[in-house]
Design a protein around this ligand. Structure first.
Ligand code: SF4
Length: 88
């Protein structure tokens, strides 16, 4: 069964973008433009706070997702079965 990367604990994301940079490094690209994993910041329920969201392009699966998962310092990311991911 194929595996995919999912942000299962996005509330822990600190916005460091190490995951985006690792994806770019594997593609031998510099900078964050057009990264297959992107971090967005938006206002939370309380307008004084910012919350992060993680957007993962399905093409990320062609990369070494284990390395991308491991680089996250706050364990936001998890490798799950692709079928399980679609059911959620
Ligand atoms: S590496 Fe983890 S904490 Fe950093 S931006 Fe990516 S998901 Fe968020």
């Amino acid at each position: 069964m194929s595996k995919t990367l999912k942000a299962t604990q996005v509330d822990k994301c600190n916005g460091c973008e190490l995951c985006s940079l690792e994806a770019q490094r594997q593609l031998k690209k510099v900078g964050l433009e057009e990264s297959l994993i992107r971090i967005f910041r938006k206002k939370g329920k309380d307008p004084q706070t910012l919350v992060n969201s993680v957007e993962i392009d399905p093409r990320l699966n062609m990369l070494n997702i284990d390395k991308i998962c491991e680089i996250c310092p706050t364990s936001v990311l998890e490798i799950v079965d692709e079928v399980e991911n679609q059911a959620k």
